[in-house]
Design a protein around this ligand. Structure first.
Ligand code: NCD
Length: 345
């Protein structure tokens, strides 16, 4: 099935691609995410998903995506069962995606799946008895990340009196294999014209299909020769890690040093720019990623992104399972504990 043929995301529906979201659907999700934020922040507790079971299947490494999906489900009062890697699932014995999906969907109310092959999560969906949420299919898509990225952009830009509509976004790094970039650009295409200023090292350029997709919808794509050129004049910069696990060839020797560091932002006159990254960033020396030298700049939003992953994923579960804000409200109660050492603003 092509992306265009997928139904809009809603109750009882899979979420496989950002093409299943229109502006109304996005606004509804974000309103719900805002509504559940006090629960996400553990200021109150809710049990609306009491008795519901999430099964998360992660066949690729993950920290924040798996744990934030699972935390989101737990915060709504549901229970979580999980399997990680091929080694500990019966796929190691040659079981097909279809059989695996049919089996685990008989044990749960919703599946969250990450798998290294593009299109594989759609195969899970085809055999599942319950909604499947795509948590990353190879170099294909990562819709929930695009949602939390745009949710974060909206908030960070609003704090500066700006909007996502009409903004200028620099996207730098591995644009070829970075699925978060693919989903992000496609989802931004539903906004009023955005200008994308792209920089990628040789051999890691954005697939033509994505540039064409956004241009056909009236957006501007500018290819830049350096990070400094991409960032200058942009409202925000979105940096990505080189997806070494998807590359068969040797890394080009140009991929040394930092992808984006403080000196580049100084040179671009952009030390107050909003800085985003889906994370993880590779913090080893010479890793060609976002340098920690930007960490004390005022626009650093990378941990706002990770925090926002919880309410956005809570909103995805509520939507897929057809639960209203009113139903959430009916089960709300005060949090009886206080364990945080530090509250972030
Ligand atoms: C990204 C992914 O897995 O695509 N991580 C994430 O989910 N936040 C980006 C990456 O691994 O570089």
């Amino acid at each position: 099935m092509t992306d265009a043929a997928l139904p809009l995301f809603g109750p009882g529906r899979h979420l496989l691609s950002v093409s299943q979201l229109d502006r109304d659907g996005l606004d509804r999700l974000f309103t719900l995410a805002e509504y559940v934020t006090p629960i996400a922040e553990r200021k109150s507790v809710c049990t609306v998903l009491d008795g519901a079971v999430l099964c998360s299947l992660f066949f690729e490494p993950s920290t924040r995506t798996r744990l934030s999906f699972e935390s989101a489900f737990l915060r709504l009062g549901g229970e979580v069962t999980t399997t990680t890697g091929f080694t500990f699932s019966s796929m190691a014995k040659g079981e097909s995606i279809a059989d695996t999906s049919r089996v685990v969907s008989g044990y749960s109310d919703v599946l969250v799946v990450r798998h290294p092959d593009e299109g594989s999560v759609a195969e899970f969906a085809a055999a599942s008895l319950v909604p499947v949420l795509n948590a990353g299919d190879g170099a294909g898509e990562h819709p929930s990340q695009a949602l939390l990225d745009i949710y974060t952009m909206r908030r960070e830009l609003a704090a500066r009196g700006k909007a996502v509509d009409g903004c200028t976004i620099a996207i730098v790094g591995d644009l070829r294999f970075g699925r978060t970039v693919h989903s992000l650009m496609k989802l931004l295409a539903i906004f009023s014209p955005v200008t994308f200023r792209l920089f990628s090292p040789p051999s890691l350029e954005l697939p033509d299909a994505i540039a064409t997709f956004v241009r056909d919808r009236g957006h501007t794509v500018v290819h830049c020769d350096s990070v400094v050129e991409a960032v200058a004049g942009a409202d925000l910069v979105y940096a990505t890690r080189v997806q070494r696990e998807r590359m068969t060839e040797e890394l080009p020797p140009s991929l040394r040093g930092s992808l984006l560091d403080r000196s580049m932002l100084v040179e671009a006159g952009a030390t107050d720019i909003i800085v985003m990254h889906p994370l993880p960033r590779d913090s080893r020396s010479d890793s060609y990623d976002l340098s920690p030298s930007v960490d004390d700049l005022p626009g650093l939003a990378i941990f706002h992104q990770t925090d926002n992953g919880i309410p956005v994923r809570m909103a995805l579960f509520l939507t897929a399972l057809g639960v209203s804000a009113e139903a959430v409200q009916m089960t709300l109660r005060q949090r009886p504990w206080d364990a945080r050492l530090r509250w972030e603003p």
